[in-house]
Design a protein. Structure first.
Length: 355
């Protein structure tokens, strides 16, 4: 079998394996007692990752350059990146829900590259002059890996929003500094319900503030030694209407939010490095570090979206659904940056894709 035939076999095999893996993860989510599905899903993603890596390696040998010059090659590199990030995320979190959201996306990308693109777009062609540079590997590969990481992080944020839909999750601490949520004081509540303050003992607050209830239904709040008594209306009914978050759902929400933050934290510096490398390459090829090309503009927008997400998590200490919504919107932004601007066929980055 020659290299071209091997590539054709591997791309179809990758699609088929990812399709079966997606079904395995979905069955495992529908029937949680089937514990073997997690191992099968992980094995499927690992085999698909190996097949795609072999495909890209064969392409590299055949064409004589790093396989990132056209849409077919970049789609499979993106799929390889998503499966790699998936394996990292799943190994870190131990949750099968990671595969439930990542396997369909990886399968869809492989299907688009294998079954939709015409044969002439799948064939390896000589590089255009601007791409004959060592910066091709440095800039494009890092950008594609950042896209893969940011997509997986955004998908996990979407999964977090689905798990906590219709609920207001109240958080204490920070998953940035503590590695996750703490179960004391956490609960999911239906939108619009009142939240009762957790009772704390007088000496359990380092002397800054404390809340205790007296026998008359009032609360005594001590702030630096001053005690202020205020009535608590309908305290008993408020507690009864609050539905505490089950340990299983709390653990799942904690895992999804924490691993989403960590994966985005991995993809953001890669995006930063890729943009800087692209600016240096642009200056070498076109004599300008930044020309506000549509691709460059959307890369900056993508950087700002995820910079805002990380800023809210680290500096302002936002937790729960608000930053997750911002991270979820980043999934659309990444796709616009990666593929949407190229569909227009305008700008310096349009060659080698559709036109």
């Amino acid at each position: 079998m020659n290299l071209v035939g091997l590539q054709n076999w591997l791309d179809n095999a990758s699609f088929a394996i990812l399709f079966l893996t997606m079904l395995v993860y979905w069955v495992g989510a529908a029937f949680p007692y089937l514990s073997a599905t997690t191992a099968l899903g992980t094995a499927g993603m690992a085999i698909a990752n190996l097949c795609i890596a072999t495909l890209l390696g064969a392409r590299w040998i055949e064409a004589g350059y790093f396989p990132l010059s056209n849409l077919y090659e970049s789609l499979f590199f993106l799929t390889w990146g998503i499966t790699t990030i998936h394996l990292i995320a799943e190994n870190t979190s131990g949750s099968r829900l990671v595969g439930v959201v990542t396997a369909p996306v990886a399968m869809s990308i492989a299907a688009f590259a294998t079954l939709t693109l015409p044969s002439q777009m799948q064939a390896a062609e000589p590089l255009v002059p601007a791409l004959k540079s060592n910066w091709l590997m440095m800039h494009v590969s890092v950008m594609m890996l950042s896209y893969a990481a940011l997509m997986v992080g955004s998908l996990l944020a979407i999964a977090f929003l689905i798990v906590t839909r219709g609920q207001n999750i109240q958080l204490q601490g920070s998953s940035v500094g503590t590695g996750g949520y703490r179960s004391n004081g956490y609960r999911l509540q239906k939108a619009g319900e009142l939240i009762s303050q957790p009772q704390t003992s007088v000496g359990d607050n380092n002397g800054f503030a404390r809340l205790e209830s007296n026998k008359n239904g009032n609360s005594n709040t001590a702030v630096l030694g001053a005690v202020i008594t205020t009535p608590i209306p309908n305290q008993q009914s408020t507690v009864q209407n609050s539905e505490p978050l089950s340990p299983q759902r709390l653990s799942l929400a904690e895992t999804l939010d924490n691993i989403s933050y960590r994966i985005i934290g991995l993809g953001f510096p890669l995006l930063t490095i890729g943009i800087i490398a692209g600016a240096v390459w642009a200056n070498e090829a076109w004599g300008s570090y930044w020309s506000w090309d549509p691709k460059e503009t959307w890369a900056l927008i993508t950087w700002l979206v995820f910079a805002a997400y990380l800023h809210t998590r680290i500096t302002r200490g936002w937790q729960g659904r608000s930053p997750a919504i911002l991270a979820a919107s980043g999934f659309v932004v990444v796709w616009v940056c990666y593929l949407g601007v190229n569909l227009l066929g305008k700008g310096l980055h349009s060659y080698g894709w559709f036109f």
